[in-house]
Design a binder for this molecule. Structure first.
Ligand code: HEM
Length: 485
């Protein structure tokens, strides 16, 4: 037998189809609790969407250690081959709002929460190993240039390229984005990357700089610009549909997880600044070492509760894993939890999707809006003589040596650091046909810019990366702009 319908306070509802009135045809009565509560709650269903990465899809699964990495990190969830840890992964696009189409040219988010026995470890990455900028102070301007213009209310190619024309460090990521991998066919058919450099610390205190790579076992599949435009129109939810249906059918997507490890002593003299997010570490210098396997095997029961309310923060580390001095990462260590306090409230860490599962949170943080776990009778100050939770005195990560003067410094330049070399390397790695598609995609976008000075500022970057890249793109842009006149 079905349950009876009740109000939120549990009282039976007599009529859910007709609101109470003062007589047939008379005005509606404010004493109709079901009507008032229903309308009021409906008005409050939406919460602020994420300022970026608003559109996403999530799934539960597990991470399994396949290779011994205890010589490099003492993180407990990585300490035994065969050990499994529950995870929740949220994929996303970046620029679109909550209802935006999935099949668009945009980086994809790859945000992973490991529910470890030492607390939740969040690795908030993308499907790209690099990023557009290397200083967090530029992030709000960069994102503004990619989203809707305040006057026209539309995305504007002029804004996108105007901003990039002053940010030559973006060229590596631009080359990636306008290449074949810029529009994945689905979330299952793309890689994930931690992107930043992080720190691993072993039991004996030895420290390594680490980069994470999640290689899809489904194979890489991409859409070209035409296929994507058609799919985005036909099925705006194409990524969500693909992921949801695959998991419902028992086809569980998986990724093989690798790391690149750099002994900390290498960092000062490495040819690229290892903390510059616009650069990769060539695999020839730091080969991929396999760590484990990530499997997604369960859909969320409720998208709002588990996907919309999921809160990932790069500052959720566990012992044995820590931050690096990457300036972008440092900015992100602040930005995410701050966004969560605004978007979800101070007690978002108590929501089921965000709370630790394999351990419990014990601290003296209290109260605030919607506190569920309010601490009961326990003392709310520390130190105390009531056997409350105590600090461990065990450092979580290794110390980092610093020197110099405070100031607004630009990133340290290493021997081979410039804004263009790695973009050129990526171009030269592509097949002839991929280069052709890259040039056509870029020319299509730059060709729609209305201002000559923006085009003139940006084209030299491509020439600087590779003479062939620059020459072919310039010719394509000139041809397209001539056609448009
Ligand atoms: C300084 C640079 C950055 C800042 C200030 C920043 C800030 C933010 C903010 C405020 C959110 C929304 C969080 C929320 O409401 O839950 C977000 C989401 C996200 N960001 Fe960033 N971001 C930066 C760079 C990056 C980079 C470099 C990556 C990838 C390597 C990245 C990946 C993501 C992902 C995957 C999400 C969505 C997380 C989710 O699924 O809930 N962001 N970012």
């Amino acid at each position: 037998m079905s349950k009876i319908l009740t109000t939120e306070s549990g009282a039976p509802v007599a009529d859910n189809q007709n609101s109470a009135q003062a007589g047939i045809g008379g005005p509606v009565l404010i004493q109709d609790q079901q009507l008032i509560e229903k309308l009021a709650r409906f008005n409050r269903e939406r919460i602020p969407e994420r300022i970026v990465h608003a559109r996403g899809s999530g799934a539960h699964g597990y991470f399994e250690v396949t290779d011994d990495v205890t010589g490099f990190t003492r993180a407990a969830f990585l300490n035994t081959v065969g050990k499994r840890t529950d995870v929740f992964l949220r994929f996303s696009t970046v620029a679109g709002n909550l209802g935006a189409a999935d099949a668009v040219r945009d980086p994809r988010g790859f945000a992973l929460k490991f529910y470890t026995e030492e607390g939740n470890y969040d690795l908030v990455g993308n499907n790209t190993p690099v990023f557009f900028i290397k200083d967090p102070i530029k992030f709000p301007d960069f994102i503004h240039s990619q989203k809707r213009d305040p006057f026209t209310g539309m995305g504007e190619a002029d804004n996108v390229w105007d901003y990039w024309s002053y940010s030559p460090e973006s060229l590596h990521q631009i080359t990636w984005l306008f290449g074949d991998r810029g529009i994945p066919a689905s979330y299952r058919h793309m890689n994930g990357y931690g992107s930043h450099t992080y720190q691993w610390v072993a039991e004996d205190g030895s420290a390594y700089w680490v980069k994470y790579h999640f290689k899809t076992n489904q194979g890489i599949r991409c859409l070209d610009a035409g296929q994507a435009a058609e799919l985005a129109g036909q099925d705006p939810d194409s990524h969500q549909r693909d992921l949801h249906q695959a998991i419902e059918r028992g086809i569980f997507p998986s990724w093989t997880v690798y790391v690149q490890l750099m002994p900390v002593a290498d960092a000062p003299d490495y040819k690229f600044n290892p903390f510059d997010l616009t650069k990769v570490w060539p695999h020839a210098d730091y080969p991929l070492q396999r760590v484990g396997r990530l499997v997604l095997n369960r859909n969320p029961d409720n998208v709002f509760a588990e996907v919309e309310q999921a809160a990932f923060s790069p500052n959720n580390f566990v012992p044995g894993i820590g931050a690096s001095p990457d300036k972008m990462l440092q900015g992100r260590l602040f930005a995410y939890a701050d966004a969560h306090r605004y978007r979800l409230g101070v007690n978002h860490t108590q929501l089921a999707i965000n709370a630790p599962k394999a351990t419990e949170a014990n601290n003296y943080g209290r109260d605030g809006y919607s506190a569920v776990n309010a601490g009961g009778r326990a003392k709310n100050y520390e130190p105390n003589s009531y056997d409350g939770p105590r600090q461990t005195d065990a450092p979580l990560a290794a110390p980092t040596a610093v020197a110099g003067w405070t100031g607004t410094h630009s990133a340290a330049q290493h021997a081979k650091d410039d804004d263009f070399f790695q973009a050129g390397e990526l171009f030269r790695l592509m097949s002839e046909s991929e280069q052709e598609r890259l040039i056509a995609n870029l020319a299509g976008s730059i060709g729609s810019v209305s201002r000559d000075d923006v085009v003139e500022r940006v084209l030299p970057f491509f020439h600087a990366a590779d003479a062939d890249y620059g020459r072919r793109l310039e010719a394509a842009v000139i041809a397209l702009r001539a056609e448009a006149e």
